[in-house]
Design a binder for this molecule. Structure first.
Ligand code: CS2
Length: 517
């Protein structure tokens, strides 16, 4: 790759809003100088050819897969892996990155260490999924595209209570009926794959990077459900080609990426002198474990620290339960107690003990340790990462979309623990905390707790209810969250009710609050 090889094909959907300071873009960035605080890898990665289409170009993708991809390209000089990032629901990122030639900063924050900024150039093109679907389908069909990656969040998969494609979803119905501009992630993906098949059917790998168990298998199932609902003349050749030339590896992704704030943008500006509307913030830690089933070529991600494995399941279970399960529990308990950030919550001695015991007593027994991993040490490292106060990761950010997160973070491990003959008191406390968050809507300090969730309307009906029995009854009946098995376990329900009673009454949560059977 030559520095500044070619101009990336960044589409600008709308005019830039005028800024007092100069905006980050290829021209302004050319004047920057590397320093201990500022690295400029974009100078060697920019101009690479587009080889990856990414659906859902949010902050997480920019701080995780895009960084791995850029590092991989720098490590082996293979310039086929520029990213075409596609916005999913809102065009905001297209507006942020379009005028910046795809460039953005990753501000790395770690308590006690100097903050650093990296200007990344892995994103070569940004498409607004709202208005540029045809260009997206062309990208998915292009022979140079070898990979589709996805971070569309849990809700973006649009699964029904049985985990299959949600037949009741009106947007999916439109996409299935042949909407010219499909709006759902699965709809766009399948329409793009159909176009690819018509264009010659080169193999392609579809890689889910969302926090779901067996994310690759889930996505393959949804794609096949979508195909099965198409007219037979379309469905049959597509299904045959999918089986032969398209792979869906599962993967475990990890990096804590809080929402970017004005203070972050000001700090980045202090380093570069430039405004960066696409800035993302992240902790130093990052991990990516990918099932090694690629249909075609891939970037040298392993040279950037990613791990390929035959079976990603133990890594997924470890991360979803030890990290995400404790994250959600801290978020709900922390928010209820009036803590603003996860770092504030985890240093609250009671909550720290809860998180520690949740990991060691309830979660670890349900996770088969991945090869060479000490789960206790992993759990400790997770708690340490939470204490990174510079990240300012808010409890309410982690609390959002609980209806989509609880199944894999708390419900599945509760069932697994019960299946092992255990009584998962702390997981139950995590679920009770979610229920209290939903029902109370207010922290101990009096601040409003936002109910940001695709099921907000359904959940919202328990807002203000004070009878724990009624709340438990109502919320446990939501099958897409709790399934059927767990709610039927009488002693577990009784314990959940008892824990919720204490939380609704404002009693301080504690491991002692957990009752025995
Ligand atoms: C968090 C995750 O917001 C949340 O629900 O638990 O986004 C978490 O920060 C990442 O999974 C870390 O890899």
């Amino acid at each position: 790759m030559t520095p500044h090889a070619t101009t990336p094909h960044v589409t600008t959907p709308h005019a830039t809003t005028p800024h007092a300071t100069t905006r980050l873009d290829a021209t302004s960035a050319a004047r920057l100088t590397e320093s201990a605080a500022l690295s400029l890898p974009y100078r060697r990665s920019r101009g690479s050819r587009i080889g990856i289409v990414h659906l859902g170009i949010g902050a997480f993708h920019r701080a995780h897969q895009a960084v791995y991809t850029e590092d991989a390209m720098l490590a082996d000089g293979d310039d086929r892996w520029g990213i075409c990032g596609v916005t999913q629901r809102s065009a905001a990122v297209a507006h942020q990155l379009g005028p910046q030639d795809g460039l953005y900063g990753v501000l790395q924050r770690s308590s006690g260490e100097p903050t650093t900024l990296r200007i990344s150039g892995a994103v070569g093109e940004v498409l607004d999924g709202g208005g540029q679907v045809d260009a997206l389908l062309d990208r998915l069909a292009a022979p140079d595209t070898h990979l589709v990656t996805l971070t569309v969040t849990e809700k973006g998969y649009r699964r029904g209570p049985d985990g299959r494609l949600d037949a009741a979803d009106p947007q999916l119905a439109e996409d299935l009926a042949g909407a010219v501009e499909p709006g759902t992630a699965v709809g766009r993906l399948v329409r793009g794959l159909q176009r690819r098949l018509r264009a010659g059917g080169a193999p392609i790998t579809v890689l889910s990077c969302d926090n779901l168990s067996h994310n690759g298998r889930v996505l393959a199932g949804l794609v096949s459900d979508f195909c099965a609902a198409l007219p037979a003349a379309e469905a049959e050749p597509l299904a045959a080609w999918l089986a032969e030339r398209v792979s869906f590896p599962s993967s475990m992704v990890d990096r804590i990426v809080p929402a970017t704030t004005d203070a972050d943008r000001a700090e980045a500006r202090a380093i570069t002198g430039l405004d960066d509307a696409g800035l993302v913030v992240a902790e130093p830690f990052r991990q990516w474990v990918i099932e090694d089933v690629f249909a075609g070529p891939r970037p040298a991600w392993t040279l950037a620290g990613a791990q390929l494995t035959e079976d990603v399941t133990p890594f997924e279970l470890m991360k979803l339960r030890l990290l995400n399960g404790s994250h959600s529990t801290l978020a709900y308990l922390g928010a209820l107690r009036g803590h603003r950030t996860i770092a504030d919550a985890v240093v609250d001695p009671q909550l720290h003990e809860i998180a520690e015991r949740l990991i060691s007593d309830d979660m670890i027994p349900t996770v088969p340790p991945p090869d060479g991993v000490d789960l206790r040490a992993y759990g400790e490292s997770v708690l340490r990462r939470y204490t990174n106060a510079d990240l300012r990761h808010t409890c309410v950010q982690v609390a959002m979309d609980g209806s989509q997160k609880l199944p894999q973070r708390l419900v599945a491990p509760a069932l697994a623990a019960i299946g092992l003959g255990r009584q998962p008191h702390l997981i139950t406390l995590g679920i009770a905390a979610w229920m209290a968050y939903v029902a109370l809507g207010r922290s101990a300090a009096g601040s409003t707790l936002p109910l940001d969730d695709p099921l907000a309307e359904r959940l919202g009906r328990v807002r203000g209810w004070t009878d724990p029995g009624r709340v438990v009854e109502d919320l446990l009946s939501i099958e897409s969250i709790f399934g059927r098995e767990l709610p039927e376990i009488g002693w577990w329900r009784a314990e959940l009710r008892a824990q919720l009673r204490e939380l609704l009454a404002g009693a301080p949560p504690g491991v002692g609050a957990a009752r025995t059977r």
